[in-house]
Design a binder for this molecule. Sequence first.
Ligand code: BDR
Ligand code: CA
Length: 307
Amino acid sequence: EHRIWFDCDTGVDDAIALLTAHRQPGLEIVGLSTVAGNVTLDHTTENTLKICGLMGADYPVYPGAPGPLRREREDASSFHGADGLGGTVLPAPRRAPEQTPAWDALYEAAARMPGELTLVATGPLTNAAIALTAHPALRSLLRGIALMGGAAVGGNRTPCSEFNIHADPDAAEIVFSSGIPIIMCGLDVTEQAWFSPAEFAALPDTPVGRFARAATAGPMQKNMARGAGGLCLHDVCPVLYLTHPELFTGRQAGVHVETRGTVTYAKTVTDLDSDAKFPERNVFVVLGVDRAGFAAHITEALSSYAG
Ligand code: BDR
Ligand code: CA
């Protein structure tokens, strides 16, 4: 049983992650918050509200940070489209964004259920960092943080840095040094976590199936052009890790974020093969996934929405 707070920068794979999370037995979404990342905060908030409408859910959505703690904002609109959802047309949101800032809403939710709430973060970690700084008690209130970000090896934004970390490395280091148990789904696992064109084609002809196909068409082409087997659904990994950990492999390791490097800027420096060079093994680093099982659970979740 997991109760989660979902913090996202809704882009295409965040959207599939939300749709998948909503249909997981044993997982309760307590609240949602949004952050600037793939696109601006206004777009990520509107996209998140529209996805809630698509799933027929009435979750409150709390907007958070419009940009990183101390850096220039960067985005990934070249991949996710100018609106963040590949130009798909969805009905206007049925609900307005909440007024309480994301970091206060997260803290208040965690305080209502001490030790029970897991933060799932699929965008830059700005909101989480602000929450931890503004409310130090949050450290002992959260059950854990399951995030998509970073990589033990490699990068997609630079040779050694992943987008969510590169967008706000200072925030990421606040989170990684918080002492909260962290599950890191970095590129090591998420680049194995793809969904093929045939799997998208086989989704039912429902609003959710049609949305999934339309939103992913552009990003799919870009992924396939790089020789991938399909579109990497990075942000689904922390969701399905919580509900189906048997699909994944990984190990406990020390991880910290380089905030001052030049070529190594925003690398999640991961001490996988030793346990002594960082003081603590603070992170469970997810490294592998049963790709077919992962895709089957997504197919099941997306297919469960009504026509
Ligand atoms: C991450 O970056 C974003 O573009 C995706 O939504 C995902 O969270 C992958 O590097
Ligand atoms: Ca994301």
